[in-house]
Design a protein around this ligand. Sequence first.
Ligand code: GTP
Ligand code: MG
Length: 198
Amino acid sequence: MNITSALFKCSSQKLSQIPADGRPEFAFIGRSNVGKSSLINLLTDRPSLAKVSGTPGKTRLINHFLINDRWYLVDLPGYGYARVSKNLRGEFGKLITDYVTRCEKLHFLFVLVDSRLEPQRIDLDFIRMLGMEGVPFGVVFTKSDKLSSNQLASNLARYKRVLLEEWEELPPFFVTSSEKKQGRETILGFIEECLQNC
Ligand code: GTP
Ligand code: MG
C-alpha cells in the first residue's frame, strides 16, 4: 500500500469522542517503550507523525490518524504504564477495554511485544481478554534488529508455544524493526487485504 496522506485527526478520552464517519480502524497497542510510535512512523513513512501524541498527557488518549482518506490508524495508550497512579491505570484500562470491545469499526488490533523478552504476563492477560471478547488481533514482534536470526526464531517459537497452551489456533505474527525498516510492507499489505474485504 502506498501511503499518500497521513493526517492527525483527533485525540479522544472516551469512546463517544472517536470519529463517527464509519471508516475502518486498525489499532496499535503495547506496553510503554515497546516501539509503538516508531512503528507508526515507519508504517506511515512520516518520521514524526506519532510525535503528535508524544506529550505525556496525550499518551492517555486514543489518537486517530486518517490514512489515504480511507482508514484510521489508531494509536492506543500503552497498558501497564508505570508512571501513573493505580487509579489512572484503571481509567486507561477502561478506555482501552471500551475501545477494543465496543468500537464497531475496529477491524484489527496489532499487539506489539518486544521480541527480546519472554512472554510477559500483562501481554498474555491482555491477549486472553481479546480472545474472550472475540477481537481480531495479531502479535507484532518489535525491535527484531536487536536479535540474531536464531534468537529471533527461538523467541518466536517460544511465544507461539506459550499461546498454544491456551489457544487452538495462533493469531497472525508480524516481525518488525523500525531501525532496519523491516515489516512495513507485510503489515501494510495485511491492512490492504482487510480493506478489500470491507
Ligand atoms: P511510549 O510512547 O513511551 O510508550 O513508547 P513507544 O512504545 O511509542 O516506543 P518508541 O517508539 O518511542 O520507542 C522506544 C525506544 O525504543 C526508543 O528509544 C526507540 O528508538 C527504540 N526503538 C523503537 N523501535 C525500535 C527498533 O525497531 N529497533 C531498535 N533497535 N530500537 C527501537
Ligand atoms: Mg509512543
